[in-house]
Design a protein around this ligand. Sequence first.
Ligand code: PLP
Length: 412
Amino acid sequence: MNALETADIIGLDERHVMATYARAPVVFTRGSGSRLYDADGREYLDFLCGLAVTSLGHAHPAVAEALADQARQLLHVSNLFHNDVQPRLAQRLDALLAGATGQHGRCFFANSGAEANEAAIKLARRIGQRAGGPGRYEIVSAMRSFHGRTLTTLAATGQPEKQEIFEPLPSGFRHVPFGDPHALAGAVDDRVCAVILEVVQAEGGMNMAPSGYLAAVRELCDDRGALLIIDEVQTGLGRTGRWFAFEHASVIPDIVTLAKALGNGVPIGACWARGDVADGFGPGDHATTFGGQPLAARAALEVLTVLEDEDAPGRAASAGERLTRSLCDLAAVDGVRGLGLLLAAELRPGLDAPRVVRICLESGLVVNALTPSAVRFTPSLLVSDDEIDEALEIFAAALDAAAATSSPEVKS
Ligand SMILES: *Cc1c(COP(=O)(O)O)cnc(C)c1O
């Protein structure tokens, strides 16, 4: 593609792309490992990774090679036929999930996190209505959860401010306070086919499930005959220091959804269910044109190989400790929450996270404002100690700059 000036690209975007994003005025054109480069050739440290997507960093050579090789062989074939990549990916994912749950299962492949959750919801309804009759279709989810932006996954999402402008939403969803087993017990009756939860509510503010909560949820689901869906779209595949975040809570889900890191940037989502649950879907019940097509599946297969070869969960755990320690050492940071390399730094009162993030970007560090007062850190799982130290230096200077220019009444 011919090079365009930053201002020209932003102008094109404003004229031709729907204004659903409040974008920062930066145009990225290239990346390598933990580094991003903009259209003016400026270098940035990427501690956001496309929202926990590029866990192996940018332009990973093995992934790039696999993609080029697959593009020369076969990009796409309809799910009316077999392709030689999709079942291999399913086998690899099942090996990881069987390792974490002690149960084998099967996968349905989609193109995004929302679609993976959509598949999980449809599967749970099939199982529920078979076992409990046509009235058993409701899904219970948590307030401040995030499960996607399609109408149905938005209905599952417990964030009224995102929902209200699109009402009416599909029916059959109930929301309970996250972390409260009693509220859940009151909501899961014989109309409920499944409970869907995140172990860490990342989009909702990096809210952690209190200890013992998920075990209580599991017990309740068993008691009432409801399935437990764990949404690992953001937490899955090593980011939290384990392959799956539910391993931290020693809980065994029936259905697991994955997406963000699975393709390291190539769009792919997966819904895994243990064997007897996966049997709920038969031919014709659910489908998507692109799901599990050779290119995306090949990318994911290579991503899993590299994640395993590099012991990505172990690296996320140790790098996460270093990053957490360094963040906690900053006087302007009130606290750090999250797991592994899925972290949020809560800023001292008076500091505005969007402003700090803007200064970071101007200084060459990509992070994002998770809430008005918290900054999200989701670097590559292969990030080096030096890169962590470099990012922290930029972040500390940005906090100083923001404090120096904040209004006097908040500064004191
Ligand atoms: C990002 C995210 C989704 C939605 O994924 P999309 O690919 O944007 O549809 C769903 N659940 C969780 C937990 C997420 O973080």
